[in-house]
Design a protein around this ligand. Structure first.
Ligand SMILES: NC(=O)c1ccc[n+]([C@@H]2O[C@H](COP(=O)([O-])OP(=O)(O)OC[C@H]3O[C@@H](n4cnc5c(N)ncnc54)[C@H](OP(=O)(O)O)[C@@H]3O)[C@@H](O)[C@H]2O)c1
Length: 497
């Protein structure tokens, strides 16, 4: 594939340099260089080698990592491999973003990313599905948003169609400026993604696939929007709910603080520090305050779930840890003999533009969603599973400035849902939620939405949409977007170019 593309570029009068993964930055031959993609320092050295002394301009970049042997095999090699291919690409983009932006002012600035999911962006309904590199879709969509003057396109190839055909079609894609950020190329043609408005009609809705004997595993379930989802299921079916979160199960709150509201609690903490002769550190006071309020919320939420008549267990653990989280899944099967449904909502955000984001932060955000989802895919028993819902995000569907890692992770979940839906009989769906008026949504985002006349999903509507998705049953629609103000969101995404 690479040779078809480089030959085509040469024929068109372009010069190219191939960058291969290696242990350090070095020139291997006139056209070939190596770099340690995992090292920002090595990438800086590569940049010096390429443009530093010669003053040459990098006009365009094509990312072949996603279709290289290490990442393009069917399935997902491992969570580490899925992280590595996006993290390496992220670091490369970060290092060369300014060069590409400068080139855009002179007619260049094209950036192309390649994956080989199935040639239809993972949305083809058959054949092979190479999952490992699917996070790249989210990363590059976000890159486009953060660097709006560039021309970014992510192209998903059907490698079974043959390198020569795909290579020449790829060259056409490279030359055409059609403002499409996602394109699939397969033997049968070219495809792209378009959202279609659908609303579940009451006649399409079956019964909720749960009753009091059912067991539902919910990650991220003791607070935030997964708690809201848990409450709806508890009210409807009173099943056994196995909730998993990071926070340790809080001790019951002491009499001294139980009845205090936020303002009084803050005063109480200040007075407590004074009485103990401790220094007044506002950040520490606020941290203590947040912890107490969160613990209070978790206890209130668990009590509210139990009050419905549902049986509730709360487990504190890191869902990235296969031994612990996989062990819990096995244990639930041993104790209850079944898991009927799963909602995977554990996730974190650490928003920062790509230029400011560290590899550690990127890895944390990506792995929290991806590693845990892979553990679920490995340990769940699909024959008995009625539903598996990934709480994904519009950030995966459209990309979102400041959320390169989160977009990548959510796109991975979307494509994992596509893959599992091909193989598993139950309802498998990644819901690309828009912002809810709840959970991880910050006050800043609320202000931004209000300023742009965008709406958030009210909790009762969100849980109703979720319920409808479960009532729709297995239907071969593994990626669904549920958000308010979708036309405006799309407008915002396209207006950035
Ligand atoms: N809220 C929205 O508007 C929105 C929109 C789109 C998508 N989503 C998705 O919906 C899901 C829930 O979001 P939310 O708003 O409810 O967020 P949230 O309030 O921040 O809750 C996230 C939950 O994930 C848990 N968690 C994080 N890392 C974990 C780990 N390593 N191991 C175990 N549990 C972990 C947290 O536990 P602790 O609290 O105990 O730390 C918390 O319960 C996320 O996946 C998010 O991406 C939310």
């Amino acid at each position: 594939m690479t040779s078809t593309v480089t030959a085509g570029l040469t024929q068109e009068g372009y010069r190219y340099r191939c960058i291969l993964p290696g242990s350090r930055a070095r020139k291997v031959s006139a056209e070939t260089y190596e770099v340690d993609f995992g090292s920002p320092e090595s990438l800086q050295e590569l940049r010096q080698l390429l443009v530093g002394s010669s003053g040459e301009i990098i006009g365009a970049a094509i990312n072949f990592l996603g279709i290289s042997q290490a990442y393009a095999a069917t399935g997902c090699a491992s969570g580490e491999a899925a992280l590595q291919v996006t993290l390496w690409s992220f670091q490369f983009l970060k290092e060369f973003a300014n060069d590409l932006t400068a080139a855009a002012q002179q007619g260049g600035g094209t950036v192309m990313n390649l994956t080989a999911l199935d040639g239809r962006l993972g949305l083809g309904r058959g054949g092979r599905m190479a999952l490992t590199s699917s996070g790249l879709l989210g990363l590059f969509k976000t890159f486009q948003q953060e660097y709006p003057t560039l021309r970014v396109k992510t192209v998903d190839l059907d490698l079974s169609a043959g390198n020569t055909i795909m290579g020449s079609r790829l060259l056409d894609e490279l030359m055409v400026d059609d403002h499409l950020v996602e394109v699939g190329l397969s033997a049968t043609g070219r495809s792209t993604v378009r959202l279609e408005r659908t609303t579940a009609h009451p006649t399409q809705l079956g019964p909720l696939p749960l009753d009091k004997s059912s067991v539902v595993l919910i990650t991220g379930g003791a607070n935030g929007i997964t708690y809201d989802a848990a409450l709806r299921l508890a009210e409807l079916a009173k099943p056994t709910l196995i909730l998993v979160g990071r926070s340790p199960l809080p001790e019951p709150e002491g009499d001294d603080t139980r009845d205090l509201d936020t303002a009084k609690l803050r005063m109480h903490l200040i007075q407590q520090r004074k009485a103990q002769g401790q220094p007044m550190v506002p950040a520490q006071i606020e941290q203590n305050l947040r912890r107490i309020l969160k613990d209070r919320q978790i206890l209130d939420n668990l009590a509210a779930l139990e009050a419905t008549g549902a049986t509730v267990e709360y487990h504190s653990m890191d869902v990235r840890d296969e031994e612990t989280f996989g062990g819990l899944i096995d244990d639930v099967y041993t104790r209850f003999g079944r898991i009927d449904g799963v909602i995977h909502g554990a996730g974190v955000i650490e928003d920062k533009l790509m230029k400011d984001k560290t590899p550690q932060s990127y890895s944390n955000v990506f792995s929290t969603k991806v590693d845990s989802a892979l553990i679920l895919a490995k340990r769940l028993k699909p024959a008995e599973l009625k539903f598996l819902v990934f709480f994904s995000s519009v950030s995966g569907r459209f990309g979102n400035g400041g959320q390169a890692d989160y977009s990548a992770a959510n796109e991975f979940l979307n494509k994992l849902a596509d893959d599992l839906d091909r193989k598993w009989p139950g309802r498998i769906v990644a819901i690309n939620w828009g912002a809810w008026d709840a959970g991880m949504v910050s006050d800043e985002l609320r202000k931004l939405y209000a300023a742009r006349d965008l709406y958030m999903i009210p909790i009762p509507d969100g849980v109703q949409f979720l319920e409808n998705e479960l009532r729709l049953g297995s239907r071969g629609e593994p990626e669904v977007t549920i958000a308010c103000s979708i036309p405006k969101l799309i407008e915002m995404v396209s207006a950035r170019r």
